[in-house]
Design a protein around this ligand. Structure first.
Ligand code: NIG
Ligand code: ZN
Length: 432
C-alpha cells in the first residue's frame, strides 16, 4: 500500500494555530485571542499542505487506517507555525565587526554612513565578491535562520547600488529560491544608499531609467522572481520625493511596495506608504501620530525591527500606540552587517521586553502579520487546513518558552518542518 500522507505530528501539548478563520492578519484583539489547541495533532500531505489539525483523539480516529512517511511523537512538546521574517539584508560580503566597536564607543549609524562606512563599506565588498562566494555565505545564513525556526524570509538586494551588482545579488537570491527549502520573498532594494558622486534625485533617475526596465524584463522572462521594491527613505539618503518617484515606478511594473521609513528622522514615510498603497513600511521609530492613523486606515503593515533599535540604541518603535490604533504590526530580524541576528525567537523576546508587546502579540507579528506584509497570508503564518505545512516543534510543554528562553532556541527547537518535510532536527552532542 502506498504511503498516504507525508507527516503526522502527534499528540502535542499545545498547537499554536494562530488563527482559524482564514484571517489575512490579526489586529490587537485578535492577537490577544490567539488560537491555541491543547493536546493536538496535525497531518501534512504529499503536496506539502496541511490536511488536518485538531484534538489528538479525533485525529487518531479520523486517520486510524492512514499511513505516513514520517511520524513525530510530540508528547511533551509544542507545535508552532514556521516563523516569518519580514525584513532581512542577507546577501553581502565583508562583515562590519569593526563598526560595532565604533558604535559602542559613541559613533552613530549616520556618522559611520556619512564617513563612507556602513552600507557603502558593504557595497564595496559585495561588488568585489563573486556570485558563488555570495551564494555560499547566503546559504549558510539561511540555514542558521531555518534552525531558529524561520520558514519564510524576505531577502533584499541593496549592496550593489549599480545595476550590475544589484542583479548579481538578485540572481543569488533567485538561486536560493530554486535550490533551498526555505521560502523566500525577494526584494529589489537598489535605492538603499545614494552612490558616491550622485544626488538622491540623480540616483532615482538612474533607477527609474535603467534598473527598473531591466528588472521588469528579467521578471517577464522568468529569470527573476522579485516581488517587492524597497527604498531607504531617510534624511541624507533618499528624500520623500525621490522615494515616491521610485516606488511609483516600481508599482507600475507590478512590485509590492515595502520600504524603510521614519527610522532615524521623522520623514512622513508612513503617510507616503499609506497613500501609495504599500504593503509595508519598516522601522518607524520616528513615526508621527498621523502616520500611525494613516497606516491603520490603509491596512499597510508596520514591520518593526527590535534588533536595530536595540543595537543602535534608538528610541523604541511605538508598538503599543500602533496596536491601539489598529495598525497591522509585523516583526523582522533586519539581519544585516549592522544588526547580526538570525533569530526570530530573539526578535520576539526583544519586542516583548523593549517594545512592550505581549507574548501572543509578538508571535502573531512574527507569523500571520509578517506573512501579510509579504502578501503570503494565504499560504503562511498559521496552521490552518490548506496552508503550507511549515511548523516548528519545540521541546517544552508550553509554547511561550520559544520567546522566554532568550538565546536558547538552539536546544529548544527540536524540529523544523517545511511542506511536511523535516528540514532540521536537533541532535544532542554528548561530550563525555
Ligand atoms: N536602514 C537601512 N538599512 C538597514 C541597514 C543596512 C546596513 O546598515 O547595512 C536596516 O534596515 O537597518
Ligand atoms: Zn533594512
Amino acid at each position: 500500500m502506498s504511503v498516504q500522507y507525508r507527516l503526522l505530528l502527534e499528540n502535542a501539548e499545545q498547537i499554536v494555530v494562530v488563527c482559524s478563520k482564514e484571517e489575512d492578519f490579526l489586529l490587537e484583539d485578535g492577537m490577544r485571542n490567539l488560537a491555541i489547541l491543547e493536546r493536538g495533532s496535525m497531518v501534512i500531505g504529499h503536496d506539502g499542505l496541511i490536511k488536518a489539525v485538531g484534538p489528538a483523539d479525533s485525529i487518531r480516529n479520523q486517520f486510524s487506517n492512514a499511513s505516513f512517511e514520517n511520524i513525530i511523537n510530540c508528547t511533551g512538546k509544542c507545535i508552532l507555525p514556521g516563523f516569518v521574517d519580514a525584513h532581512t539584508h542577507p546577501v553581502w560580503a565583508g562583515d562590519r565587526v569593526h563598526e560595532f566597536a565604533m558604535k559602542l564607543a559613541g559613533a552613530t549609524y549616520m556618522d559611520i554612513h556619512q564617513a563612507g562606512g556602513g552600507i557603502n563599506y558593504t557595497v564595496e565588498h559585495t561588488s568585489a565578491a563573486s556570485e558563488e562566494e555570495l551564494y555560499n555565505s547566503f546559504k549558510h545564513r539561511l540555514e542558521r535562520m531555518l534552525r531558529a525556526g524561520t520558514t519564510l524570509v524576505e531577502c533584499k538586494s541593496g549592496y550593489g547600488l549599480k545595476l550590475k551588482t544589484e542583479l548579481k545579488m538578485l540572481k543569488v537570491i533567485e538561486r536560493a529560491q530554486r535550490e533551498l527549502d526555505i521560502a523566500i520573498s525577494s526584494t529589489y532594494c537598489g535605492a538603499h544608499s545614494v552612490p558616491k558622486g550622485k544626488s538622491a534625485e540623480e540616483a532615482a533617475d538612474d533607477i527609474i531609467a535603467h534598473h527598473l526596465p531591466a528588472l521588469k524584463q528579467m521578471v517577464i522572462n522568468g529569470e527573476l522572481h522579485v516581488e517587492n521594491i524597497d527604498v531607504f527613505c531617510e534624511k541624507g539618503v533618499f528624500d520623500l520625493e525621490s522615494t515616491k518617484r521610485i516606488l511609483q515606478e516600481g508599482k507600475a511594473i507590478g512590485l509590492h511596495l515595502n520600504f524603510h521609513g521614519d527610522e532615524l528622522n521623522p520623514m512622513n514615510s508612513a503617510e507616503l506608504g499609506a497613500n501609495l498603497g504599500a504593503h509595508a513600511v519598516s522601522h518607524l521609530e520616528e513615526i508621527s501620530d498621523e502616520g500611525i492613523a494613516a497606516l491603520a486606515k490603509a491596512k499597510c503593515s508596520a514591520i518593526l525591527l527590535p534588533t536595530t533599535a536595540y543595537i543602535l540604541r534608538l528610541k523604541q518603535p511605538r508598538a503599543r500606540d500602533m496596536l491601539n490604533a489598529g495598525v497591522i504590526v509585523a516583526l523582522g530580524s533586519d539581519f544585516n552587517p549592522n544588526a547580526y541576528c538570525f533569530s526570530m525567537p530573539m526578535v520576539m523576546h526583544l519586542a516583548c521586553v523593549n517594545m512592550k508587546m505581549s507574548l501572543k502579540e509578538a508571535l502573531a507579528a512574527a507569523t500571520i502579520n509578517a506573512a501579510y506584509s509579504l502578501g503570503r497570508a494565504h499560504t503562511h503564518g498559521s496552521l490552518e487546513v490548506g496552508k503550507q505545512g511549515d511548523a516548528v516543534v519545540i521541546n517544552a510543554s508550553r509554547w511561550e518558552h520559544v520567546i522566554y528562553q532568550f538565546g536558547g532556541h538552539q536546544e529548544l527547537i527540536e524540529y523544523v518542518v517545511i511542506k511536511g518535510k523535516i528540514v532540521w532536527k536537533y541532535e544532542k552532542i554528548l561530550c563525555l
